[in-house]
Design a protein around this ligand. Structure first.
Ligand code: HEM
Length: 480
C-alpha cells in the first residue's frame, strides 16, 4: 500500500523537521547574527533532510512508503535489514557507480561474485595488516601540522584530505603510487563530487545528459585508470620493491582457485578503495569539531595522549590504551557518521511491520536516526566520548541495530579498521602537537547524506603548535 498524498506528507514533515531540528534550539528572539554563530557553538549539528526522516520515523513509525521509496527507520528496521541480506541487491542499488567503480567493485557485486572478491580482499584489511602502516599515517599527519604557525587560521577539512589520501595510497598501493597523490586527487575530484551530490540517480542523469561535470569526471577517471594500469604493469614486470602491499598482493596473488585476478579486476579494487577513503576525512574534521565544541573534550583527550605517548608517534600497542581518544572516534562516528543514510534495492517482495514492500522499490534506511535516537542513547546530542569507556557507569556494549557506522553484514565496510586507525593516529598527532580554537565563522553546516561532510569546511585558529618552527621541521626524524 502506498501513501497517495506523498507530496503533502513530505511537505508537512519537511517543515516539522526544520522546527524540530537546529531551528528549535535557539529562541526566536535571538538576533540573526548571534543565531548564525551560536548555531555551531557547544552543540551538535543536525542535517535537515535527515531530520526530516527522523520526523517521519517519530510520526509514522518504522516504515513509510513514498512513491518508489520505502523508508525503513529505527532499530527494529535495522535489525530486519541486517538479518535479511538476501532480500536486497547492492548491484542494483549502486549500479549508477559502475561506470566509475567498475563491474567487479565490491559495493556493486552480489552473490558468488561478491563472495569471491571479498574472500580475496578481506585478509588484506585485517587490523594486524593495517597496523604495519602506523608510521606512514603519523608521518602524513605531521607533514600537515609542520606547515602550521601559531596565529594562523586553517580549514581542517581540506587540510587533512590529501594527507589521508596519501597515507591510504601509500599503505595500500606503495610509495610509487603515493608520490602521484596530487595527480590522483586532481583527477578523481569530479567523480567524487558527482557521487556525493545526492542519490545515485543524480550521477545517472548527469551521464545521460552528458553534463560538463560528468564529462570531466569520466575524463579524470581515464587518467587515473592509465596510472593504475601502469603500476600494475610495473609490478608484474619488476616485481616491485614492496611486495606486501594490497596492490602487490593482488597483482602477484591468486583468488584461491589458482586463477589470477585480471588487470581490470585489480583496477576496480584499487579505484574503489581510493574512492572509499573519501569517507574518512569528513570524520576527522567532525572529530576536531566535536573535540573543540564538547566541553573539556579537547583537554581531556590531549592529557591522555600526553600520558600514553608523550610526544612520540603511536605504535600498535598504544592504540588500545587511548581509551578516551577511541571514545572520541566512536562518538564522532555516532553523531557524524558519513553514511547517514544508505540504500538497498529490494530484490524480493517482503513484509515488515504489517506492510508489504514490493520487489523493485528502493529502500532507504538511516544510521543517523538510530545514532541520535533518545531511546537508544542518553543525551543523544551530547558529544560525550566517555560513554564508550567500559569503566563508565551505565556503559554497555552496543548492538549493531543501535550503532552501525560501517553497516554490518556481507558488505560491511572493508576499510573500517584502516579508517579508525587513520583517524586515531592523526588525532593523536594533532593533540600532541597543537592547541586549536574554533573561531567565529560562517555557520558550519552538514551537507550531503551519502557522505556527510562540512559544507564549507571548518576553520580553526592555531593557538600553539609544537615543533612547527623551521628548525624543528628539519630536525624531525623521517620514518621513510
Ligand atoms: C570512517 C570512514 C568510513 C566509513 C564510515 C565507511 C562506511 C562504509 C559503509 C557504511 C559501507 C557499506 C555500505 C552499504 O552496505 O550500504 C562501506 C563499504 C565499503 N567500504 Fe567503507 N567506510 C569508511 C572508510 C573506508 C575506507 C578507508 C575504505 C578503504 C580504503 C573503505 C572501503 C570500503 C569498501 C571496499 C566497501 C564495500 C564493501 C562490500 O561491498 O563488500 N571504506 N563503507
Amino acid at each position: 500500500m502506498q501513501d497517495t498524498n506523498a507530496p503533502v506528507i513530505l511537505k508537512r514533515e519537511f517543515s516539522q523537521a526544520a522546527e524540530g531540528g537546529w531551528m528549535s534550539a535557539l529562541p526566536a528572539s535571538t538576533p540573526a547574527a548571534t543565531r548564525s554563530v551560536e548555531r555551531f557553538r557547544n552543540r551538535t549539528l543536525t542535517f535537515f533532510p535527515a531530520e526530516m526522516m527522523s520526523t517521519l520515523y517519530r510520526r509514522r513509525g518504522p516504515i513509510t512508503v513514498v512513491g518508489p521509496f520505502t523508508f525503513l527507520l529505527g532499530p527494529e528496521a535495522n535489525r530486519f535489514i541486517l538479518a535479511n541480506p538476501e532480500l536486497f541487491s547492492w548491484r542494483k542499488a549502486f549500479q549508477a557507480f559502475i561506470p566509475v567503480s567498475g563491474e567487479s567493485a565490491l559495493i556493486v557485486s552480489d552473490g558468488a561474485a561478491h563472495r569471491r572478491m571479498r574472500r580475496i580482499l578481506q585478509p588484506l584489511f585485517h587490523r594486524r595488516q593495517i597496523e604495519r602502516h602506523l608510521a606512514v599515517i603519523a608521518e602524513n599527519a605531521d607533514v600537515v601540522i609542520d606547515q602550521w604557525r601559531p596565529g594562523q587560521r586553517i580549514e581542517v577539512f581540506q587540510a587533512f584530505r590529501s594527507a589521508l589520501r596519501r597515507a591510504t595510497i601509500d599503505s595500500l598501493c606503495g610509495q610509487e603510487m603515493a608520490r602521484d597523490t596530487p595527480f590522483i586527487s586532481e583527477h578523481i575530484q569530479d567523480s567524487l563530487d558527482l557521487a556525493r551530490s545526492g542519490l545515485p540517480q543524480v550521477a545517472v542523469w548527469n551521464r545521460r545528459l552528458s553534463t560538463p561535470q560528468s564529462r570531466r569526471a569520466m575524463a579524470g577517471m581515464r587518467k587515473i585508470d592509465a596510472r593504475v594500469y601502469a603500476e600494475i604493469d610495473r609490478l608484474r614486470r619488476d616485481g616491485g620493491d614492496e611486495d606486501n602491499t594490497f596492490l602487490a598482493t593482488l597483482v602477484h596473488g591468486a583468488d584461491g582457485s589458482g586463477e589470477p585476478l585480471s588487470d581490470k579486476e585489480i583496477r576496480d579494487q584499487v579505484v574503489n578503495v581510493i574512492q572509499a577513503e573519501e569517507t574518512t576525512h569528513p570524520v576527522l574534521a567532525w572529530a576536531i569539531y566535536g573535540m573543540l565544541t564538547g566541553p573539556g573534550v579537547w583537554d581531556r583527550a590531549a592529557a591522555e595522549v600526553r600520558e600514553v605517548l608523550g610526544d612520540r608517534r603511536p605504535e600498535a600497542a598504544d592504540l588500545k590504551r587511548l581509551t578516551y581518544l577511541n571514545g572520541v572516534v566512536h562518538e564522532t562516528l555516532r553523531l557524524y557518521s558519513p553514511s547517514g543514510m544508505s540504500l538497498r534495492h529490494v530484490a524480493q517482495d517482503f513484509e515488515f511491520a504489517g506492510r508489504r514492500v514490493k520487489q523493485g522499490s528502493t529502500l532507504i534506511f538511516s544510521p543517523y536516526i538510530t545514532h541520535r535516537s533518545p531511546e537508544a542513547w542518553p543525551e543523544p546530542l551530547a558529544f560525550r566520548p566517555q560513554r564508550w569507556d567500559p569503566a563508565e557507569p551505565g556503559y554497555r556494549i552496543r548492538g549493531t541495530d543501535e550503532y552501525l557506522p560501517f553497516i554490518p553484514g556481507p558488505h560491511r565496510c572493508l576499510g573500517a579498521e584502516l579508517a579508525k586507525i587513520e583517524i586515531t593516529v592523526m588525532l593523536a598527532r594533532l593533540l600532541s602537537r597543537s592547541s586549536l580554537h574554533l573561531p567565529d565563522q560562517r555557520p558550519i553546516r552538514m551537507a550531503s547524506l551519502p557522505v556527510m561532510h562540512p559544507a564549507h569546511g571548518i576553520q580553526v585558529d592555531v593557538l600553539d603548535c609544537l615543533g612547527c618552527d623551521e628548525n624543528s621541521v628539519q630536525s624531525r626524524p623521517r620514518h621513510r
